[in-house]
Design a protein around this ligand. Structure first.
Ligand code: ATP
Length: 225
């Protein structure tokens, strides 16, 4: 396997002086292309912080970060936005779907942002992804009318829209019952196997982590296991 991304000696401090919170303190991590990895660690250990850095949404205080051969620290805002739209998908605990938009409109949204319009090819991929997520009969439903598990499957489909190499998922099943959580993880596993998409999934749930090939544990600002 080849490295999809590598961070070295990553530090992240929020605030300054007496109120400074030193979250990451020299963290090293390498993710191989095609991995499906769980990100574990106590509450406040910096899992979300690490995901936002890897997602290029936040810059670290210091350290190096290379993804797909690009220096993500040196890159400017415009480059990072374009890179993110092309290569990274996100799934959050609270899915962040547009409630009045249909499932298909939500899924196609990242492509519409990238292309400047909704293309027929994007709509076809959106339909295909929703069908793979078991939502063929919900394609034209406003997402406000879907169940929590269905919304989360729409969010996974949306994250996959632009065929990203990496999907970062921050407690994607944190809000779901066990059966829905397992279904979402099953679908993520299928996409990982079929398309080689790399997944990094933060979770507090050992069962969810056990479904991943690799478990990465964060503590005291570094990877401890
Ligand atoms: N924007 C911010 N400004 C100041 N402090 C922050 C900010 N974001 C996070 N923190 C602090 O950084 C620490 C790590 O937070 P983070 O959300 O990364 O942890 P986590 O491991 O994802 O936690 P959880 O499992 O509870 O979601 C916490 O102490 C948090 O209060």
């Amino acid at each position: 396997m080849s490295a999809l991304l590598e961070v070295r000696d990553l530090f992240k401090t929020y605030g300054t002086g007496d109120t400074a919170t030193r979250v990451l303190r020299g963290l090293n991590l390498r993710l191989e292309a095609g991995e499906m990895a769980a990100l574990l660690g106590p509450s406040g250990s910096g899992k979300s912080t690490l995901l936002t850095i890897l997602g290029t949404l936040t810059k670290p205080t210091s350290g190096s970060f290379v993804m797909l051969g690009n220096d993500m620290i040196a890159a400017g805002d415009k480059e990072l936005t374009d890179f993110r739209n092309a290569h990274i998908g996100f799934v959050f605990q609270f899915h962040n779907l547009l409630p009045d938009f249909t499932a298909l409109e939500n899924v196609v949204f990242p492509s519409a942002v990238r292309e400047g319009r909704e293309t027929p090819a994007a709509r076809a991929r959106g339909r295909d992804l929703l069908t793979r997520m078991g939502l063929a009969d919900r394609i034209n439903f406003p997402t406000a009318n879907l169940s929590g598990g269905q919304k989360q499957r729409v969010a996974v489909a949306r994250a996959l829209m632009n065929s990203p190499e990496l999907v970062l998922a921050d407690e994607p099943t944190g809000n779901l019952d066990r059966a829905s959580a397992m279904q979402v993880m099953d679908l993520i596993g299928q996409i990982n196997r079929d398309e080689g998409t790399t997944f990094l999934i933060s979770t507090h749930d050992d069962k969810i982590a056990g479904l991943c090939q690799r478990q990465i544990v964060v503590g005291d600002g570094v990877v401890t296991g």
